[in-house]
Design a protein around this ligand. Structure first.
Ligand SMILES: *[C@@H]1O[C@H](CO)[C@@H](O)[C@H](O)[C@H]1NC(C)=O
Ligand SMILES: *[C@@H]1O[C@H](CO)[C@@H](O)[C@H](O)[C@H]1NC(C)=O
Ligand SMILES: *[C@@H]1O[C@H](CO)[C@@H](O)[C@H](O)[C@H]1NC(C)=O
Ligand SMILES: *[C@@H]1O[C@H](CO)[C@@H](O)[C@H](O)[C@H]1NC(C)=O
Length: 611
């Protein structure tokens, strides 16, 4: 029932209009006025209807809307708010308010030395708003009553959107224009992969965050080969070091040629570092593609325990179970090199790794870490799905299958693998709680991307092609077509660096191949340290000469061990290793130590670093 006042409102205008018309018809002047007013009302109604129709169209196309707001989102913060206000009729104002409170909360928790906090907070909240807007638009479109509202991740449509939100870093999609994964490659691959080559440009500005014990040496080899064959410039560690001064936070002057300004353009950065985006961005061009790889934390911990057995945390411990059972009491995070034993992935990405599983802010820290990785990296690969990862990488970089084919490098002999009890696995997940959450998240997004950007069928087909290519290559290049223990490797230059209690396998080349093929094959199996040295020498011949002369003076010292001289440079490095681990990074805890002091400090250790 309508209440009396409402009825009055509804009926009142009608009766007044009719009486007015009746009165107006009596005089001609009045009727002219009435016609004029009717005309104005007509025009007003038409305009209103047209505007309404346009609005409906916009909400009906979430994809289009998303692209538009995304473009407005990132040039400056100013544009962000303007863009949102002008384009969204959705609840932006409440968002702004909740933003302010969340921002305060964030400032309290922003204690990691990771990028500029303000940048981080701004882009994170911008992403939140984009998420909210797109989410509510999705809700709005899903109104058919026979169609129950599905959870966010389970709708086909949100797969796509989620992928797009994650893949491109905001800045990149603006600058790189047409050849970003979002705008061309992946859209094209989704509909027709065979057009990929014609429509995208192979990327040659790349940062690979090399993580530990994740098959990252194999990816390093892929990048080295790609860059070397195209004369690309690598951002190599200063003074012929093998790593970018890991485990210190990366700084731009760790790269050879940056301080001396002798290199104009860097293409690929891929050596071990503790990631810090703001510093990496000083070295690499703006359209750089960032990617990395993760491994299941349980397998990872098993591997690390064998490989890094000599770190203080493991030194006197007999089994992984013993470590996990006593770690809460005996693990000292302040001791140098112990970071390998605790949330190593979070550490490598530049985050706090010393977070207890029962810490109150665990979930918060985990989601902050995940959000920042999503913001800074275009693609996160998964070691357990290496072939799938290579196909994803190939598509993202617009490379060919030939470019991502590889032989497994730096892999362990099966004999040193240990079976883990289910109970041990649970303990590892708990001990490495942050890493476990990071892994679960990126495993999920990885498979969403496989579904939405390549498709299962296409993936299967491309993997079969990749394996076929690899088998052919192994047949051509490798003696016996497989990896062997280091003791069986004939060419000292192809022996992989040995470390810890693991036996790292390598390869022998086929003997009856022509020189050109041999050179090509050799690149596939050249271990990391040797290849890094080779590229350094190629890029900085004069500096390399200087280092070689310095090395010759130091040589007698190496030869004392006999084995070192025989087994080449990589082995020589290992000869110093144990001694160095003990002395090294005594100021490790003090991350803010002046970097020049850091350089002289590591310098005295003769370029050796933990692999
Ligand atoms: C790379 O550089 C070498 C020597 O300068 C040259 O011979 C070769 O053609 C270059 N390769 C490419 C792909 O540019
Ligand atoms: C942990 O190691 C640091 C540095 O070596 C030392 O100063 C500190 O006393 C150790 N803490 C414990 C609880 O053993
Ligand atoms: C990773 O994702 C795949 C595919 O969804 C799934 O089968 C697998 O169980 C996931 N791994 C973990 C550790 O959750
Ligand atoms: C490092 O190398 C220099 C020569 O380059 C040598 O004199 C010095 O003893 C070496 N230091 C260590 C710790 O091996």
């Amino acid at each position: 029932m309508l209440s009396p006042p409402r009825r009055w409102i509804r009926e009142q205008p009608l009766s007044s209009v009719t009486s007015c018309v009746r009165r107006g018809l009596c005089s001609r002047r009045h009727s002219l006025w009435i016609l004029l007013i009717l005309l104005v009302v007509c025009i007003a109604i038409q305009t209103f209807v047209a505007r309404q129709a346009r609005n409906d169209k916009l909400t009906g196309l979430p994809h289009l809307r998303f692209t538009v707001s995304k473009q407005h989102l990132f040039p400056t913060l100013q544009n962000v708010w303007e863009g949102l206000h002008s384009e969204s009729s959705l609840a932006v104002k409440p968002d702004v308010k909740s933003l302010q409170t969340e921002r305060m909360a964030d400032l309290h928790h922003q204690n990691e030395g990771y990028g500029k906090p303000s940048d981080y907070i701004v882009s994170r909240h911008v992403e939140k708003i984009v998420n909210r807007i797109t989410d509510s638009q999705m809700e709005a479109t899903k109104v058919s009553p026979g169609n129950p509202l599905l959870p966010k991740y389970e709708t086909k449509q949100s797969h796509g959107l989620q992928g797009f939100l994650v893949l491109p870093s905001p800045r990149k999609s603006l600058i790189a224009g047409t050849d970003t994964p979002t705008s061309s490659i992946f859209l094209k691959t989704r509909t027709n992969t065979f057009h990929t080559k014609a429509t995208c440009h192979p990327k040659s500005h790349i940062v690979f965050l090399k993580t530990h014990k994740t098959a990252s040496s194999t990816i390093l080899n892929i990048l080295y080969r790609y860059g070397e064959s195209r004369n690309l410039t690598f951002a190599l560690p200063l003074n012929k070091h093998s790593q970018l001064f890991y485990p210190f936070f990366f700084a731009s002057h760790f790269v050879e040629g940056v301080s001396s300004r002798s290199v104009r353009e860097f293409h690929i950065m891929c050596n071990h570092m503790r990631f810090r985006k703001s510093e990496v961005a000083k070295v690499m061009p703006q359209d750089t593609f960032y990617f990395s790889i993760l491994r299941h934390p349980v397998a990872m911990m098993e591997s690390i325990f064998i490989y890094y057995k000599s770190i203080p945390a493991f030194h006197k411990i007999h089994s992984l179970d013993e470590f996990l059972d006593t770690s809460r009491r005996s693990y000292n995070s302040s001791v140098a090199n112990n970071h390998y034993a605790h949330n190593i992935m979070a550490f490598d990405f530049g985050f706090d790794n010393n977070v207890a599983a029962d810490a109150e802010n665990l979930e918060e820290k985990a989601s902050m870490t995940i959000a920042a990785i999503e913001r800074d990296f275009h693609l996160i690969l998964i070691s357990e799905y290496f072939d799938e990862s290579m196909i994803m990488l190939k598509n993202a970089l617009c490379w060919s299958l030939e470019d991502v084919v590889s032989f497994k490098l730096n892999s362990r002999n099966e004999r040193t693998r240990r079976m883990l009890l289910p109970n041990t696995a649970e303990k590892i997940k708990r001990w490495n709680a942050i890493d476990w959450r990071i892994y679960l998240h990126f495993n999920t997004t990885f498979w969403h991307k496989v579904d939405s950007l390549v498709g299962q069928e296409q993936m299967k087909w491309e993997i079969s092609q990749l394996r076929e290519l690899q088998a052919k290559l192994a047949n051509t290049c490798l003696k016996d077509g497989r990896a062997v223990d280091p003791s069986q490797i004939k060419d000292a230059g192809l022996k992989p660096f040995q470390y810890g209690a693991a036996v790292i396998q390598g390869y022998n080349l086929n003997t009856h191949i022509d020189r050109q093929t041999k050179t090509k094959c050799q690149r596939f199996i050249t271990p990391e340290l040797q290849y890094t040295d080779h590229l350094y020498t190629k890029q900085f011949p004069e500096l390399a000469d200087k280092h070689r002369q310095a090395g010759r003076i130091a040589a007698p010292q190496h030869q004392r061990s006999g084995r070192a001289a025989m087994m080449g440079m990589a082995w020589a490095r290992e000869a110093h290793h144990r001694q160095i681990i003990r002395h090294r990074f005594s100021n490790f805890k003090n991350q803010k130590a002046s970097t020049s002091a850091l350089l002289t400090h590591t310098e005295t250790n003769n370029k050796t670093s933990m692999p």
